[in-house]
Design a protein around this ligand. Sequence first.
Ligand code: TRP
Length: 436
Amino acid sequence: MTHTPREQWGTRLGFVFAAVGSAVGLGNMWRFSYLTAENGGAAFLLLYVAIVLVVGLPVLLAELVIGRGSNKSPIAALVHYGGPAWAPLGGIFVGCGFLILAYYSVISGWTLRYALMAASGGFGSDPEALFGEIATGPAAIAWHLGFMGLTTLVVQRGVRGGIERATLVLMPLLFVVVCGIAVYAATLEGSGAGYAYYLSPDFRGIWSWKVFSDAASQAFFSLSLGMGAMLTYASYLTDDHDLPEESLLVALSDFGVAFVAGLAVFPVIFALGLSQAVGESTIGALFITLPSAFNQMGTAGVLVGGVFFVALAVAALTSAISLLEVVVASAIDGLGWTRRRAALVGGGAVAALGIAPALSLGALDWMDKIAGNVLLVAGGLALSIFVGWVMPDPMGEVARGTHGVRWFFLWRWLLRVPVPLVLAVILYATITSLFP
Ligand code: TRP
């Protein structure tokens, strides 16, 4: 067998950009704002921050440590440290990548479609009917296929020439655009109610399992955790990276963009008197309410709206790349395929699977619940146990490339006891509520 050396990131910041690109996506805008709306605003935001710090950050670092330590894609990496008994978990990760990308790509297709609508002058007179047309059926399938084509193209070009190149340009662009829209939202009359809803907490509503389950699932989804995506990106790293520092950077950037996106979305919605839509928030809310709002703002609104949807599509692309990379890297390592073949077959399979959520919003919602609320949380639980109890020397591995910080024991302790406990309880509650 010929052995091509494993790919590596080209620049020091390449990995951080790509990891932030993976984390920042539809999750930060679409999923974050609809879940925050559905679960009561500011109190949910605080709960979410707490879960990111206590659970998300340790699991993120765990994935990076496994990935860099083994220099392998998920299945092989788990077997490397834990033996063949852990292979099925890696298999679930890859399956989860298929499942998430299939519906993620459908939603990404909507954002492309909305961007095009804005460019052609507006979002129509009836955004709700428009969403109905766009969300499912032949149009949804076509845009989903287009988006998957784009994703496959980038992944096919490899880690350095495709993924790193794309994220290095797209991420700063996205950040500027989201900040710009947040500033614009602040100038709207009546935006104050939006800030109040988003920023002044009312804790009465959050003491339910559903809210905890949504917060945990959102933390995993937004940080791209629980299915080996961050693990895979870290497998292209060299030993001189300070993983704790970089994980913190990724988590902060991810939260920063979600927070600023909220500063854009809520004031816009409230300023235009559309707040009742927040109460009855669903998957489609962002895609109905925001276009209505942009419409009402006239030409400037349509322009801002167009830029917003382009930014969303960009964010979605750099995330979709990371989802497909898990599948592709696994096929390269496990089946000995070329990158080109792995990308075409993997991308094609995901494209086919995405037809289902492109035909039915119910299927899309269901896939998001199974993958987001169940599989990712279960994956995080397994990963924390793996690094906390199974992996031979996680402390030695995490310390490599750092300046010898001594709080690593805290990280391992979190992974050993509190994280698995919290996740097990949340998982149990989620499963019993999904399948009563
Ligand atoms: N984090 C991305 C977002 O917020 C989505 C994503 C990319 C993802 N890779 C992932 C979610 C891996 C879960 C697992 O949109």
